[in-house]
Design a protein around this ligand. Sequence first.
Ligand SMILES: Cc1cc2nc3c(=O)[nH]c(=O)nc-3n(C[C@H](O)[C@H](O)[C@H](O)COP(=O)(O)OP(=O)(O)OC[C@H]3O[C@@H](n4cnc5c(N)ncnc54)[C@H](O)[C@@H]3O)c2cc1C
Length: 336
Amino acid sequence: MTASDVVIVGGGISGIAAAVELATAGVACTLFDRGRRLGGRLAVRTLRDTNTKWDGHPVDVGAAFFTVREPLFAAQVDDWEKRGLAFPWTDTLGVAGPEGLTHFTSGVMRWSAPAGLRSLVDDLAAAIPSVDIRSDRAVESVSVSNEGVHVDELSANLALLCGPDPQMARILAQQSELDEVRSTLASVAWEPVLALTAVYEKRSWPEISGVFVNDSDELGFIADDGSRRGDMAPVLVAHSSSAFAVRHLDDPQAAAPAMMAAMHRILGVTAEPVQVHVQRWSLARPATGRVETHLLDPSTGIGCAGDAWHGGPRIEAAWLSGHSLGQSAVSQLTSG
Ligand SMILES: Cc1cc2nc3c(=O)[nH]c(=O)nc-3n(C[C@H](O)[C@H](O)[C@H](O)COP(=O)(O)OP(=O)(O)OC[C@H]3O[C@@H](n4cnc5c(N)ncnc54)[C@H](O)[C@@H]3O)c2cc1C
């Protein structure tokens, strides 16, 4: 055995939330993420080479915003808000059909982060220096034996797989002991989304924070990134419908003209953008969320969390799922 009691695979918000609970309890923990930066689907793209003053502006190219329903997550968000890391963005969003805006709708508060949503994961990670966090490190295999769990060359008591089910199922070794975890991970379908970022010289659209798009072949949501950042940068981000993404997964950049045309029609924009980028999310969200908060299988030492748990598929669900998995892992380690 090595010095780690627990190995976490995935440095998105669920994996980091689990790591916070383990670190707080003094459990030795290593976390691997295959990305160069932590955050997973709380992804930020920093503008470069736009020939505008907006180079350096962080754009949310993954999740658009978050909502807060449960007191435990509300306490975390309260801390972020007090330190200026998150703010209540809007409770009013536009609603559009394929041809344009139809009305506005008010509902729960949508929260944003001035530095982009990834900054919230970075903030959580900075508070747990005892955790050995290794980014740019893709895990290839998770297996079990009488000695414990094995994550590539590292052995531990528990391995917590925190992220999209298909990504985590892919690294499980073909061992019969892992069949039950594998079949649980296969029980939910996942949908893709393309996220198009368009940067303009100046703003030329109605005052909207975001727009839900109904009945459109191409789009599902449009966000005014300058509004959610608070600097009013002339940047729009459009999320495709899942059906449209399925047809363009092989060549996402080729989907840009159709997405742009749909967005311009809806918002009445005639100016051409100075820069366009399409981000592919093959596993953007689970089609449904399980009611259970997480899985922790005592017989194998494998745990699972993410936004396919705790009702999913939202940032809050992912945080709560990782948080509860971290707590269960601490209980399991300290009780036995
Ligand atoms: C386009 C889009 C729009 C969204 N909009 C919203 C929204 O408006 N509101 C909302 O609440 N939620 C939204 N979501 C969902 C939200 O982003 C997720 O619920 C949340 O980020 C899930 O966090 P997670 O930690 O469970 O998974 P992830 O963020 O996916 O993290 C998993 C991590 O695991 C890592 N990983 C995977 N495989 C390996 C491996 N083999 N080795 C090492 N590391 C690995 C990945 O690099 C990743 O960092 C959206 C998502 C997308 C893609």
